[in-house]
Design a protein around this ligand. Structure first.
Ligand code: MRU
Length: 350
């Protein structure tokens, strides 16, 4: 099954908060429930959040009782606001709701029933494109992976973070499918443990050799010459090539440079935000203290201690070797290259 899918007016997704111990499929019929699922990280990962928000917009459209185009559009705009208010860092969310609104406004159909069909089709297109994009990105990135490579990754930028196949894990899967013998160091990724729970689960199921490590072991393995390349995902890439990704990615970027290890984010062009000049303007989500003080329901800190929980950090572009996209790999200086791949991708969008 895909991470998120549309099934006759129902949005279905696997509950990522319960993996790897329980595989439960959630079903939503209202866009407000979908928004809550995104906020609670039942679905997470920038491209998966984007596709889910698109399906949320399709639900809002389908459930609308509006009889005029104007009233229907008003309801969709309100739904976009609800969905956009869930997680601030992943730009794919805003990209997807904006694309759905654009299709709604441009829709040529005469009546609301036909317009609703247009929106369902567009959400499905976003989901299908995501899978195709990941496969292309996978092939592009696999060209960098040599037989025998040890790859280090952080968080989960896999099938679960997308509609299917994954961005970073897409590159890893493509290299594996090409017959290359690779091995992956998987950072556990505190505090939400996406590496230990989700990336380890995906790789293990696919039979791709891995070693799970705690985040603070990454420098040790790099200093021992055990890591050939660092591959990570991204939630937003600024116009200058600064990369926002899961908290802890910045430490990896600095460690990689210190140890002469190439550092490549793997990102669909929908994650590139040319409206943001540099990483310092990327909004960083602050999440609740309980994710830090507890592992699931187990308390690990004294009750009432002050806690910080920024969910993302920014790796300045000077640490980035290259950015792998579905339109090719962009190298420094990043500005012109990012503009070019974005333009190439936008030629296919509505
Ligand atoms: O908080 P999350 O789990 O949504 O964070 C996910 C990441 O940081 C991923 O690396 C990023 O979204 C890219 S997913 C292909």
């Amino acid at each position: 099954m895909r991470t998120v899918e549309w099934d006759q007016g129902v949005v279905k997704m696997i509950d990522q908060t319960l993996l790897p111990h329980q595989e439960i499929i959630l079903e939503y019929r209202d866009h407000r429930e979908v928004a809550t699922a995104i906020k609670e990280m039942r679905v997470r990962g920038a491209p998966a959040i984007g596709a889910t928000a698109a399906f949320g917009m399709a639900l809002a459209s389908l459930n609308s009782r509006a009889t005029t185009r104007e009233a229907w559009l008003g309801e969709l705009e309100a739904a976009a606001q609800t969905l956009n208010a869930t997680r601030p860092t992943a730009v794919n969310l805003f990209w997807a709701t904006a694309r759905m609104l654009r299709v709604a406004r441009q829709g040529q159909a005469s009546d609301v029933v036909a317009l609703k069909e247009l929106l369902i089709a567009e959400a499905q297109r976003i989901a299908d494109e995501d899978v195709a994009i990941n496969r292309r990105m996978g092939r592009n990135g696999a060209a960098l992976i040599e037989d025998g490579y040890n790859i280090l990754t952080h968080c989960n930028a896999g099938a679960l973070a997308t509609v299917d196949y994954g961005t970073t894990l897409g590159v890893i899967r493509a290299a594996h499918e090409e017959g290359k013998h690779i091995h992956v160091y998987v950072d556990e990724t505190r505090p939400f443990l996406q590496g230990a729970r989700l990336t380890a689960w995906e790789l293990h199921r696919d039979g791709i050799p891995l070693t799970l490590i705690t985040d603070n072991m990454a420098g040790y393995f790099m200093s021992q010459g055990k890591v050939d390349i660092v591959l990570v995902g991204a939630d937003r890439v600024a116009a200058n090539g600064d990369v926002a990704n899961k908290i802890g990615t910045y430490s990896l970027a600095v460690l990689a440079q210190e140890n002469g290890v190439p550092f490549y984010p793997v990102v669909p062009t929908s994650t590139i935000d040319l409206n943001i000049a540099s990483g310092k303007d990327i909004p960083i989500e602050q999440r609740n203290a309980r994710e830090v003080t507890h592992i699931r329901d187990l308390p690990i800190a004294p009750e009432g201690v002050p806690v910080a929980n920024p969910a993302f950090d920014v790796s300045p572009h000077r640490y980035v070797t290259g950015i792998i996209t579905e339109q090719g790999i962009v190298y420094p200086p990043f500005g012109p290259g990012l503009r070019r791949v974005k333009e190439l991708a936008e030629r296919h969008e509505p």
